[in-house]
Structure formats: C-alpha cells, structure tokens
Design a protein around this ligand. Structure first.
Ligand code: FES
Length: 105
C-alpha cells in the first residue's frame, strides 16, 4: 500500500455515517463507502449488468446491487450472495488529519 499513488476524492463530511458516494479518478468510477466506522472502495460497476453499486444499501459488511440484489463484500469485492466467482476490484482508502478521503491506485 505504501507505493500507492493517493488521490483526494472528497472530504469526510461529504459522506453519510453509513453510505456510499460515487467518485471518479480519470476514467475510473469508484464507489467509496463508510460503513460501521470503516472506509472501503470498490470498482463501481456491477459485473452482472452494469448497474452502479454506489447507492446500494449497506449491511453487515456488504453493499447490495439495486439491479438484482447481488451482495458484494466491501472488504474483498467478492460476491457473497449471487453466482460464485464474480468480484469487483477493491482499492485502499485512507482519511487524512485534514479530513480528506484518499484512494490509493
Ligand atoms: S446488475 Fe447488479 S445484480 Fe444485476
């Protein structure tokens, strides 16, 4: 993680205590989530039919795709409810003392 290039994607106070926001870094669309006191970032597009994951409900460490209900682990990006073997990329997230949210690529 130390050799990541960190990019500021917003301020902590722009996120709800529980929820996600869609951000863009260049052509990449990334869902950034705050859930149960932790931060997660997942490639945004659902591998099933391309629906954005970022506005899906969060529960027990997962985000649900509002398309057809697949559940993705926020930690690993793996499908935990739905067909086995699907996964979305994850990215490291950190917050800074100045209150910024950064994604590592
Ligand atoms: S588009 Fe995500 S589950 Fe179908």
């Amino acid at each position: 993680m130390d050799d990541c290039q960190w990019t500021v994607v917003g301020r902590v106070d722009e996120w709800p205590d529980e929820g996600g926001r869609l951000v863009a870094i260049g052509a990449r669309r990334i869902g950034v989530y705050r859930h149960a006191g932790a931060w997660h970032a997942l490639k945004d597009v659902c591998p099933h039919a391309g629906v954005s994951l970022a506005r899906g409900p969060l529960k027990d460490g997962t985000v649900m795709c509002v398309g057809h209900g697949w559940l993705f682990s926020l930690a690993s990006g793996e499908v935990v409810r739905g067909p086995k073997g699907f996964k979305v990329a994850t990215y490291p997230v950190r917050t800074t003392p100045a209150g910024e949210v950064e994604i590592g690529l």
